[in-house]
Design a protein around this ligand. Structure first.
Ligand code: HEM
Length: 552
């Protein structure tokens, strides 16, 4: 048998010897002689392997790729990434393989960055080379081929859409003008809490509430008011009939968020994206269609309202786009009016919920925060006279620390949506070839034990009065909003809402975790819905009113 193999291999061996560099060939002949025998077959294969390595090292000499996480042939690291959003696995790997490493997900190559310095390189210094998005097929359908500020590639369309969103809605002046809309939403939420408390029987010295539900019920009407200038109780859509307010919420916010997490195997093997995957695709298209029909219905109604408005166009975002941004295509218009609704409804809710969770389980910190709020609202000791307002924000450094520390420990977007490497570049001293994707592990950066000792501990003291922690403007060691040109455009709005939610919650009520929450302490408490990390179960708290009704 060995002889047969030897005889068959002889011609290849001769060819290999000729192809080898003279020094290697000489050594090979010396070791084996020209005539192969059975045992030497293995050595032959070994030498061939060395030759291949030698030749490829010559060919690819210039590539100094980042360390890669060992995986399986073809599938790469796919089976190691069973979590929906694997920021925790990435953080564990970063501790072993360093702040930059590569993974292979099916046929897709990704480089994962868990260091503020290298993230700065990718997001700011080398932005031009890494400026476009790669997104799952579901998101491609829902964003109608990236027609949306947050998901578009950097370019003319991105700049144009962002200019409209920032110029007419998200900038500080418009946000200041929109203060009454935010206040109205907050007042309604507090009033609903007091009313429900009166109607429910107290639970061992307080009443149990579902915190998420209250925030959700306040945020959606707020986001609709901001865009349309009123909160539609329903909308008449020719193809769907009359759709009620909370059905609109389901179609514009909940269904899209649920749909984008559907796994489509073609995302991992882009060469096969032509293969139909009908059931997944049909579902996403149905969600997209319903959402678009409702937005169309709302636009139609807005056009009618504008026509009937004798005093001229209003100042809400829809009115401005409909009267001034006539260069927008229908798709761009529809997407631009949907985007702030979905963006307002999720991340601020998540952040407020995590903050109240930590305050409820850290009574001493909650009490210190309460005292700060009482002090700035002109009260003495434990008396408070008026409701805290946005004007008080600069005088509440401890509240700012509470929020910052929460955004550090629970960044709502733990991994930035992946970016695509447009041309060969380098990051952290390694070569990053064109066609790879870049993932910035915000969670890992915010929880790096070398920067944040005992990162699992929630401790506002560690960020208190530290102005250098500017949340990603210059310092990227806490960057919940990203950094550079694609940094979150809604920070002003988000911070106003979160700050006022927390300050007024603490001012009006004393918060404790409901027994159910305490039981779940040792289990997994977080969940990921596409881009954002939610608390796995809606927060249940016992609240005790500190005052008899909402303060004036
Ligand atoms: C706590 C609340 C929020 C957090 C943590 C957050 C976080 C983020 C992050 C991480 C990005 C991606 C940055 C990147 O890809 O580099 C982003 C982008 C964006 N966010 Fe937010 N966001 C929040 C609230 C909001 C709100 C309320 C709005 C608007 C109503 C908003 C509008 C946007 C927009 C338009 C972009 C895209 C910017 C661009 O690509 O140029 N965000 N946000």
């Amino acid at each position: 048998m060995a002889n047969v193999i030897s005889t068959r291999l002889q011609p290849y061996w001769e060819m290999a010897l000729e192809a080898m560099p003279p020094q290697v060939a000489q050594n090979a002949e010396l070791v084996l002689g020209k005539k192969l025998n059975g045992a030497s077959v293995l050595i032959t294969l070994l030498l061939a392997w060395i030759l291949v390595r030698f030749l490829s090292s010559l060919l690819f000499k210039k590539k100094n790729l980042p360390p890669s996480i060992p995986g399986l042939p073809l599938l790469g690291n796919l089976l190691q990434l069973t979590e929906k959003k694997p920021h925790r696995s990435f953080t564990t790997w970063a501790a072993k393989y360093g702040p930059i490493f590569s993974i292979q997900v099916g046929s897709v190559k990704q480089v994962v960055i868990t260091s503020p310095e290298i993230a700065k390189e990718a997001m700011i210094t080398k932005y031009e080379a890494i400026s476009s998005r790669k997104m799952p097929l579901a998101l491609q359908i829902l964003t109608r081929d990236k027609t949306m500020v947050a998901m578009s590639d950097y370019g003319d369309e991105h700049r144009m859409l962002k200019k409209l969103a920032v110029g007419h809605l998200l900038n500080i002046n418009t946000q200041k003008q929109n203060r009454p809309i935010r206040e109205n939403a907050l007042f309604n939420m507090l009033d609903a809490m007091f009313l429900d408390l009166k109607n429910t029987s107290p639970h061992s010295g307080g009443s149990v509430i579902d915190v998420r539900d209250y925030i959700k019920r306040a945020l959606f009407p707020f986001s609709m008011f901001q865009v349309w200038g009123y909160v539609p109780e329903d909308v008449d859509c020719p193809e769907l009939g009359v759709v009620t307010k909370w059905e609109i919420f389901e179609a514009l916010v909940i269904a899209p968020l649920k749909t984008v997490i559907e796994v489509d195997w073609r995302d991992f093997f882009p060469a096969f994206k032509w293969v139909p995957n009908k059931s997944v695709e049909d579902n996403i298209k149905a969600v997209e269609r319903r959402r678009t029909l409702i937005i169309k219905g709302l636009i139609k109604e807005q056009r009618r309202r504008l026509k009937n408005q004798p005093e001229g166009p209003g100042r809400c975002y829809a009115d401005i786009l409909l009267t001034q941004a006539t260069h927008l295509s229908e798709v761009q218009l529809e997407q631009s009016l949907w985007e702030p609704i979905i963006e307002s409804a999720d991340t601020t809710l998540v952040t407020t919920e995590w903050i109240m969770f930590e305050l409820a389980r850290n009574p001493a910190i909650q009490e210190r925060l309460y005292k700060e709020v009482v002090d700035v609202t002109g009260g003495h000791g434990y008396e408070t006279t008026r409701m805290v307002t946005e004007d008080d924000i600069p005088s509440m450094p401890y509240l700012s620390a509470v929020i910052k520390e929460t955004l550090r420990k629970y960044p709502p977007v733990p991994l930035l949506p992946s970016r695509y490497v447009e041309k060969d570049t380098t990051l952290g001293g390694y070569d990053i070839p064109k066609g790879w994707q870049v993932l910035i592990n915000i969670f890992g950066i915010n929880n790096d034990p070398n920067v944040w000792p005992n990162p699992e501990k929630w401790d506002p003291e560690r960020v208190l009065n530290n102005e250098s922690l500017d949340m990603g403007i210059k310092n990227l060691s806490i960057m919940p909003f990203g950094a550079g040109k694609r940094m979150c455009a809604g920070i002003t709005q988000a911070m106003f809402i979160i700050t006022m939610n927390v300050a007024s919650f603490v001012q009006h009520f004393k918060w404790e975790l409901a027994p159910k929450e305490i039981e779940s302490f040792n289990s997994k408490i977080e969940d990921v819905v596409y881009l954002t990390t939610h608390k796995l179960h809606p927060l249940q708290c016992i609240i005790n009113p500190r005052v008899s009704q909402r303060l004036p």
